[in-house]
Design a protein around this ligand. Structure first.
Ligand code: TXE
Length: 498
């Protein structure tokens, strides 16, 4: 099966996959100091198809030293905002030029449908790079009228925060890397990127493009390696000024603990358990596909996935039947097959975790309404699944499953109070969706939901200009928009005695 999957790669992606992989540190390609590598697995077959360096603390130390030099002394520190912005824009152009190739590498490494990778992950990435390139020349401070009588002229400067460690997950590997590097580069920071061990390839391809653009050495470094070694060393490093992390809430806590040594700045984008509420007056023709993609996009391996459905009793049968019918029609297959809408889960570990949750849900009393079975006997394919009659105390409703599993419950109340209370009954607060034709209900519910992003008559709402991040245990800080520039800058107040 492996050759069948690999044969679907275009010539450029095939060439990249066939190449020996190295770390990118200080503008050079180097092996891990230990000489160790680890295997990269195709989730559509479970077979090893590549190896990458297993970077660890020594490599992180080298990369941090390079990033420190580039930030403190290098040409990067003296570059004008306009020149910096041009480099970021050019990186966006190169990502677009190589979009098909990057999408194919991502589809192979992560398993996601190649068209989702091309027109979702990669397209978003080049647009975000261009959006952030524009901010380079628009980062300003303020002049401030002092409230005391002192004769001061006072103003603020907004300066790059410094050397940034960026640790990203496997679910949108390339896009998460770009979400982090685009604002950091636009703000003038330097970077050590640590991709997830399950999907290290597109970060290395990104480093090749950074090199081609001509960023000064040390501005952008990539160290592939494991979380407990390379990731932990980066989070704890005393010369790193800021750490940005996307991943599990559990590891987010570890990052926070590790960051305490030098109290580096921390931003966290963590887990979610986002609700979708369907009121009885909703336009079901639109709500049903939105609910299906709210949960099943990227096989449910999306931090903002709409995993909990609360649907009014009057329309509950229609919505569940409709979503189940759509789910049945979604072709399941390797991400590199362009007709696939559901690829494999990213790893055997994730596959076992999700299956365990489906079993737990049923044994806790939920009804297996659709799906629930493995597809084929190689790779990590799972049918899109609906658990009905779930209750808020069940583990499947409380914990992040991170797979294609919708937990559906119905509500009777005609008001909004009870359903809003249920929707807010979670340790997470990343996103939510509200489906109704009533303008007043829509805005009232949106205001009362405790989540960072709310979709009205849609679920996934992301845009380079729109802040994204979580309430409660879904994280700290916001990415995208000007909020992301704020994450990568420090404010300095200056007073001049007149
Ligand atoms: O995530 P981890 P895993 C959730 C989802 C999933 C679960 C486990 O529920 O089932 O997490 O996935 C690095 N110090 N999300 O184990 O471990 C790691 O190398 C520093 C939600 O893959 O959080 C990788 O680069 N770094 C999430 C990154 O952290 C460490 C996306 C994320 O991995 C580290 C992914 C350590 N001690 C999983 N340990 C989302 N919010 O989108 C690991 N890492």
């Amino acid at each position: 099966n492996a050759p069948v999957t690999l044969k679907r790669l275009g010539p450029d992606a095939e060439k990249f996959v066939g190449k020996q992989k190295k770390l990118y540190i200080d503008g050079k390609w180097v092996t891990a100091a230990s000489g160790e590598t680890f295997a990269v697995i195709d989730p559509a077959t479970g077979l090893i198809f590549d190896h990458v360096p297993a970077g660890d603390k020594v490599d992180i130390d080298r990369a941090v030293a390079a990033a420190r030099r580039a930030f403190d002394d290098g040409p990067w520190a003296r570059m004008t905002p306009a020149d910096r912005g041009k480099l970021v824009w050019r990186l966006g152009d190169l990502v677009e030029k190589h979009a098909d190739e990057i999408a194919q590498i991502e589809a192979l490494d992560n398993g996601k449908p190649v068209n989702d990778a091309r027109f979702g992950d990669v397209a978003f990435s080049y647009e975000l790079l261009r959006y952030m390139a524009g901010w380079s020349t628009k980062i300003t401070g303020q002049t401030i009228a002092l409230s005391s009588a002192a004769p001061f002229h006072a103003y603020t400067l907004r300066e790059p925060v410094g050397v940034c460690g960026q640790i990203v997950p496997w679910n949108f590997s390339f896009m998460m890397a770009v979400w982090k590097i685009a604002p950091a580069l636009a703000a003038g920071c330097t970077i050590i990127l640590k991709p997830a061990e399950q999907t290290p390839l597109t970060a290395l391809r990104l480093a090749e493009l950074v090199e081609e653009v001509g960023f000064p050495a040390g501005v952008f470094n990539v160290v592939t390696g494991f979380g407990e070694t390379a990731g932990a060393a980066l989070a704890a490093h005393p010369d790193v000024d800021k750490i940005a992390f996307t991943g599990s809430t559990e590891v987010g806590r570890k990052i926070l603990a590790a960051a305490q040594g030098n109290l580096k700045k921390v931003s966290l984008e963590l887990g979610g358990k986002s609700p979708m509420i369907v009121f009885p007056d909703a336009d079901l023709e639109k709500a049903i596909p939105a609910v299906a993609s709210g949960i099943f996009y990227n096989m449910g391996q999306t931090c903002s996935a709409g995993t909990r459905l609360y649907v009014h009793r009057n329309v509950s049968d229609a919505v569940l039947d409709g979503v189940a019918r759509l789910a049945e029609k979604m072709p399941v297959g390797p991400g590199l097959d362009p007709i696939s809408q559901i690829g494999p889960l990213v790893s055997d570990e994730q596959f076992q975790k999700v299956r365990g949750y489906i079993e737990a849900g049923v044994s806790e009393g939920a009804e297996l309404f659709a799906g629930g079975r493995r597809v084929g006997d190689v790779g990590y394919f799972l049918q899109p699944t609906i658990l009905a009659n779930t209750r808020n105390h069940m583990s499947v409703v409380r914990e992040e499953i991170f797979g294609p599993v919708l937990c559906a419950a119905s509500f009777d109340d005609d008001g909004i109070d009870a359903v809003v209370r249920e929707a807010n009954d979670s340790i997470y607060g990343l996103a939510a969706g509200v489906f109704t034709r009533d303008l007043s209900t829509a805005h009232k519910v949106a205001k009362r939901l405790k989540a960072g992003t709310i979709g009205i008559n849609t679920h996934h709402v992301v845009d380079p200009a729109l802040p994204f991040g979580g309430f409660k245990q879904s994280g700290w800080g916001r990415e995208q928009g000007y909020e992301a520039i704020q994450l990568y800058t420090e404010v300095k107040s200056i007073g001049v005695a007149l």
